[in-house]
Design a protein around this ligand. Sequence first.
Ligand code: BES
Ligand code: ZN
Ligand code: MG
Length: 497
Amino acid sequence: MHFNLKVKAEKDILKFNYESALVKFFIDGDNLEKLVDDFFASFSFPQNLTQKKFFLDKKNSELTYYSSFGEPSVVFLKKIKVDKSFTADFFRDYMAGLVQTLKGKQIKTIHLVVPAFSHFPGHFNSDEYLIQTIVEGIHLGNYSFDKYKSEKKNTEDLQFVLHYSNKTLVQNIIDKTNHIMSAVHFTRDLVNEPAITLTPQEFGKRTKAELSKLGVKVTVMNKMELQKRKMNAILAVGGASEHHPLMIVLEYKPKISKKKIALVGKGVTYDSGGLSIKPTQSMLEMSADMAGGGTVVGVIKAAALLKMPVEIIGIVPCVENMVNGSSYKPGDVIVSASGKTIEVKDTDAEGRIILADALHFASKQKPDEIIDFATLTGAIAVALGVIMAGLFTKNDDLANRLYESGNKTFERLWRMPFSDDYKSMIKSEIADVSNLGPRWGGAITAGKFLEHFIDEKINWAHIDLAGPALKHDFNNYTKNWDTGFGVRLMLDYLENI
Ligand code: BES
Ligand code: ZN
Ligand code: MG
């Protein structure tokens, strides 16, 4: 179940009713008790002394206070200690958790007093961004993918009112964040969709339907078109599926633009591993193997909604990596569109193969930068865990700007080694490059493989998001559904370009 959400801004709290709640943050410090007393003194109902003692106790950080007076019906008190353990993700995570606990409750309106930015030195770049994280958390926590549940509950209305001295400022942030979050939702719906429905064709269709109405030119290159362009790498990987391979090309071209950026995303709508077949447990997650492609279309959707002054070309090669009589095989040599040849040593390292043709195509568009997103290797999650994505590039400036956006949005990146020493590990006797390196350093050699297909004059970064794109337990807003990782990150990056 998810709520039919509305978020709005107000200066003062004018009135409560029986179905309303109030969220109040307290900065934990010497005068906490006085702050709590003053807070309760502002209401017509007395505070409960036992509950107050409980709330002041070091061990407890939150208290839910049910008022028999009903105005408001519930008060959520939350203590924030701004110490080493505090992060810029605090409000996003807290709000997501709060929305989830409200499911099934009768509350219709939540009033929230926005805390002052000055309490959190060094954690948010601006007042605006602090408020943005609150709005993001509300939407992220409200997300669910319940279209296949036959027992449909009615979606209930839930309204959040953010109280802040400058109402117009907050309203503008809410409007902007609603756009960003509608794009994150679009990406999450694509990634969470099972592969039986989200075939390459369906991926193309939904992208076209959603983005062409925003003025983005969406071209779906079908199998014949790929053949004409000699994109044999995409064709080889997609050759064993009834759902033919294709490539989605998106062009967002604003009147004024500062730069031309190519975003490339892996769009493997299902990865069985091919003849190098995966065990069932690993296959279970593999309808999400198009998450990189999902991120690319989400970013472009939001850029168009926000009318960002950056030209973006999106490139998403889509295939199903399956098994039949025409499967590509270990031992095959593929002549990619660039002319470079690829020795196939493992058909489960398919993402890098389809990206070979896509990155070559991206290079030919002569963008200022190419950034690619791919659930490329399990090895990156072994190295970094699932809370960060791997960042691979030789360009320090590009790396630093992406890293900053990662920290700000909490879609964090960690830069990995990328020196040419790793290049020798994917040499092939029979072809120009092998699609498989040695056991160790698997995420790096995968990145090195991609480098073969990039024009070296173009700034390029590769992001392996196999960890954080898939659902995981580490945040309230990532635990139930695949996450849409990278959309918020890239929008911040593009905003600061
Ligand atoms: N799609 C997988 C990577 C992956 C693993 C994504 C776990 C999300 C979660 C990729 O195509 C793959 O199978 N990679 C292999 C590479 C190996 C054969 C060199 C892997 O990680 O085992
Ligand atoms: Zn894959
Ligand atoms: Mg694979």
